[in-house]
Design a protein around this ligand. Structure first.
Ligand code: 6PG
Length: 259
């Protein structure tokens, strides 16, 4: 676990090894949550990187290690497309994981990308507040530009302080999105970011070398001055955990890395 002075970064020789470690973290978070509270709230990331993790969790021996009947699945963000659209984060997670495990449909909380975005955002926020507690584990990704969820560099959405879910605009298609805000992300008991690929290496180095990783308790003013959204991630339980493949870590000082 990273101390207050350095981020918790774990580097893996392959994306498959990264997915294996992520699966073990999901199982550990589920075991802990179910033992303490009898329910496990898991936030899922979109994009391509987590798909292999979801497929792993849907197969033995991993599938049986989580009580899916007491698990709730949530999403960090969604594209404003129908659930069966190829760009849907829900559609990806459903095909890779949710349709293969015994999670009750009522416990799969989909952001409704097919309806008017602000209405969808407010409805999802109401669902989150009704969940009776924070997400136990939120999985996120990071784009090569340093975005996370659908919080993009320079976007006004980054500065939302009150709402937990809002509409957002991406610089790439599909541009209309729904996203958790920083206040919502920071409610999560634990945040794990999955990063793979050489294209992300320079940005990951910038994110993890940023001084705010050494001063977790930034003032709002200092927080707003941080350009890269992924550098502004915090978790309620302290260190954000980064699972990175060798390519993604290839621009980081060796001193920051651990096997
Ligand atoms: C999305 C994700 C987004 C993603 C990053 C990384 O809806 O696209 O929420 O934040 O995690 O863009 O995506 P890849 O894993 O595809 O590189």
């Amino acid at each position: 676990m990273g101390n207050d002075r350095s981020p918790d970064v774990r580097v893996f020789d392959s994306v498959a090894a990264l997915h294996g470690a992520a699966a073990a973290l999901v199982v550990a978070a589920a075991t802990n949550a179910l033992r303490r509270r009898g329910v496990f709230h898991l936030g899922l990331a979109g994009g391509k990187t987590p798909r292999g993790l979801y497929e792993l969790l849907a197969t033995e021996p991993w599938r049986e290690r989580i009580d899916w009947t007491r698990t709730h699945a949530w999403f960090g963000d969604e594209r404003c497309v129908p659930f069966d659209h190829p760009d849907s984060n829900f559609g990806m997670a459903s095909a890779a994981l949710l349709s293969h495990v015994s999670i009750p449909p009522s416990q799969v909380h989909r952001m409704r990308g097919e309806i008017e975005p602000d209405s969808a955002a407010r409805a999802y926020e109401a669902e989150l507040h009704a969940a009776g507690g924070p997400l136990d584990l939120l999985l996120l990704g990071m784009g090569a530009d340093g975005h996370t969820a659908s919080l993009f560099p320079g976007a006004a959405e980054l500065e939302e302080r009150r709402r937990w879910v809002i509409p957002a605009v991406a610089p790439v298609e599909p541009r209309r999105r729904l996203t958790l805000t920083l206040p919502a992300i920071r409610q999560a008991r634990s945040v794990t970011v999955l990063v793979a690929g050489i294209d992300k290496a320079p940005t990951l180095n910038a994110v993890l070398s940023a001084p705010e990783h050494r001063q977790p308790g930034l003032s709002n003013r200092a927080d707003r001055a941080v350009p890269l959204p992924a550098a502004r991630l915090r978790a309620a339980s302290g260190a954000v955990r980064w699972l990175v493949d060798r390519d993604g870590a290839s621009r980081m000082p060796v001193a920051n890395l651990r096997a």
